[in-house]
Design a protein around this ligand. Structure first.
Ligand SMILES: C[S@@+](CC[C@H](N)C(=O)[O-])C[C@H]1O[C@@H](n2cnc3c(N)ncnc32)[C@H](O)[C@@H]1O
Ligand SMILES: *[C@@H]1O[C@H](CO)[C@@H](O)[C@H](O)[C@H]1NC(C)=O
Length: 231
């Protein structure tokens, strides 16, 4: 798996197996008539168009976020939502989805009684969509979607944190959560686990798997492994 370097357009499809590159597996017959020059032109136009779409539609609001911390929008599917919510059953208190996309996890969390339910999102289109979905579900004014960089959010009063983000940001994210969350907090990671943390439980299989981490336990094991090194 590559690191998120290079141009924006190339980043998204590599990270998430669900995403495909436009034209992949398609019908290439019309291209035969184009010749090499035509093909080059087509490639240039296509990647420019892909870049324009990426910058203007898919990643607006991200200009101030370092490229290595940018995560594209890939919504959770119904099974992933169910697994995340299953790991938050019986829990209470403030719940945040870091990078809330179209708001489906925040709305599901509120429905399950997790309140307040907050989503952090930078993409204005997705914020609009999330607020629209909340209104349609009858939760206007109940759930909130904040146009805020998740890396700058103060999470010290969050008791449940949902993260559905790329593996490349897991290390800085682990450091932030360790520094800010209360001991009683539970972190639920969808799709990708935290490589250096021990989960307290997990649900689902394959692409749908989600992991729950209890901060007290994460801190305890982190401490004991450090102790192990110094002995
Ligand atoms: C993989 S999607 C997950 C969306 C949603 N949580 C879900 O599961 O359906 C990640 C989302 O995080 C948002 N995001 C990425 N970096 C962010 C940042 N620094 N601050 C706020 N949102 C961010 C993206 O715009 C995208 O919508
Ligand atoms: C986050 O908020 C808490 C409570 O309001 C405060 O004590 C703490 O200093 C804040 N942390 C940062 C990094 O601003």
């Amino acid at each position: 798996m590559g690191t998120p370097q290079g141009n924006h357009g190339a980043v998204a499809p590599q990270w998430f197996p669900g995403a495909t590159t436009p034209g992949q597996g398609g019908d290439f017959r019309p291209l035969r008539a184009l010749g090499a020059r035509g093909l080059l032109q087509l490639a240039a136009t296509t990647s420019l168009a892909a870049y324009a779409v990426w910058a203007a539609v898919l990643m607006p609001g991200f200009r101030r976020v370092p490229l290595r911390l940018q995560v594209p929008y890939v919504p959770s599917n119904a099974q992933q939502v169910a697994n995340v919510m299953g790991l938050l059953r019986e829990r209470t208190g403030k719940t945040a989805d870091l990078g809330s996309g179209d708001g489906r996890l925040v709305i599901a969390a509120y429905k399950q009684g997790l309140r307040p339910a907050v989503g952090y999102e930078l993409n204005p289109w997705l914020l609009w969509l999330a607020r629209y979905r909340a209104r349609r579900a009858g939760y206007e004014g109940k759930v909130s979607f904040l146009k805020q960089d998740l890396w700058k959010a103060n999470l010290s009063d969050c008791y449940n944190v949902i993260v559905f983000l790329a593996p490349s940001v897991k290390d800085p994210l682990a450091a932030k959560l360790l520094a800010e969350l209360p001991d009683e907090a539970r972190v639920v990671a969808g799709r990708f686990p935290f490589p250096s943390w021990t989960p307290s439980s997990t649900m689902g299989q394959g692409l749908e798997q989600a992991w729950a981490y209890d901060m007290k336990e994460v801190r305890r094991t982190a401490r004991s492994s450090t102790d192990g090194c110094t002995l």
